[in-house]
Design a protein around this ligand. Structure first.
Ligand code: PLP
Length: 291
């Protein structure tokens, strides 16, 4: 099936879509993005993703390129034109094309808006993965979802090259920040533990939903830092993100977690989260940076 994406007012095949080489997203990584799961036609956590998009843009002195209603429409239209029921929707906004200069161009420079939907299979259980801890080499505003992704990409590739499934990136004191493209958690004695929100991590929309699910179902959710040593001795561990959802972790740096199997609380949480993400339970929740 030929794919159709949306770029600056046009529905077009990605093969024929083009962006100016002077686009600041291309030259400087001057842009932000969101990834939203469309599960059986339902846009999971769409409200939260649009909340975070608006906040990321604001932090970089940009406005929304079009209204929220328009974004909602455009995403649905891309999915509809591709006849997709299950997709990972990628939405990117850059500051647009201008003469290369470190100073921002005039505020009326047209932004670049790009939306594409990749086929995605949300059926079946998610297999557990192993993670390798590594130094976090990113800039200091990780709370903004920018397209500056090379450090995460390198961390992930290095982990894969060494036979692991993903990387957990550590702050200079050796505490776990997050995974290459997910938030990171451990579970000990029934309590879910994850790093508090700060400029160090991206506050996941999925993380926000998980926190609410825990609070609604009396599962203890504790925000505090933890080091790999504590994680090696955890009962369970998992990552969360919009498209990978909740991924059980069965090994950290060679230390088996839950005997290398899928953890029980992780599985329960996955089921609860799926009911919410599939649109079968609960209202969509909003997202705030909390900073
Ligand atoms: N942390 C990082 C660095 C990410 O890139 C992502 C998602 O891409 C997340 C956390 C999880 O965010 P969300 O749950 O909103 O997908």
């Amino acid at each position: 099936m030929s794919r159709i994406c949306y770029l600056n007012g046009q529905y077009i095949s990605p093969a024929h879509a083009s962006v100016s080489p002077e686009d600041r997203g291309f030259l400087m990584g001057d842009g932000v993005y969101e990834v939203i799961a469309c599960i059986h036609g339902h846009m999971a956590d769409e409200t939260g993703h649009l909340d975070r998009l608006e906040r990321s843009l604001k932090e970089l002195q940009m406005d929304m390129p079009v209204t929220r209603e328009s974004l909602r429409f455009l995403m649905r239209e891309v999915v509809r034109r591709n006849r997709q029921k299950n997709a990972a929707i990628y939405l990117q906004v850059s500051r647009g094309a201008a003469k290369r200069d470190f100073a921002f161009p005039d505020a009326d420079t047209p932004q670049t808006l790009f939306i594409i939907a990749y086929d995605y299979d949300f059926s079946g259980q998610i297999s557990p993965i192993s993670v390798k801890t590594t130094e976090d080499q990113r800039w200091k505003r990780r709370d903004i979802k920018t397209v500056l992704l090379l450090p995460q990409s390198m961390a992930k590739q290095n982990a894969l090259d060494e036979g692991y499934g993903d990387a957990w990136m550590l702050d200079p004191e050796g505490y776990v920040n997050e995974a290459s493209a997910s938030n990171a958690y451990i579970i000990k004695d029934g309590t879910i533990i994850t790093r508090p929100v700060s400029h160090n991590i991206l506050k996941g929309i999925t993380r926000t939903a998980i926190e609410k699910l825990c609070r609604d179902s009396d599962i203890k959710f504790e925000e505090r830092k933890f080091k790999p040593q504590e994680a090696y001795e955890a009962d369970e561990a998992f990552n969360s993100s919009a498209t990978s959802l909740i991924v059980p972790i069965n090994n950290i740096d060679g230390h088996d977690i839950f005997n290398g199997k899928r953890g029980k609380i992780t599985e329960l949480l996955y089921k609860e989260y799926r009911a919410y993400a599939d649109g079968l339970r609960g209202e969509q929740i909003s997202w705030e940076a909390g900073l």
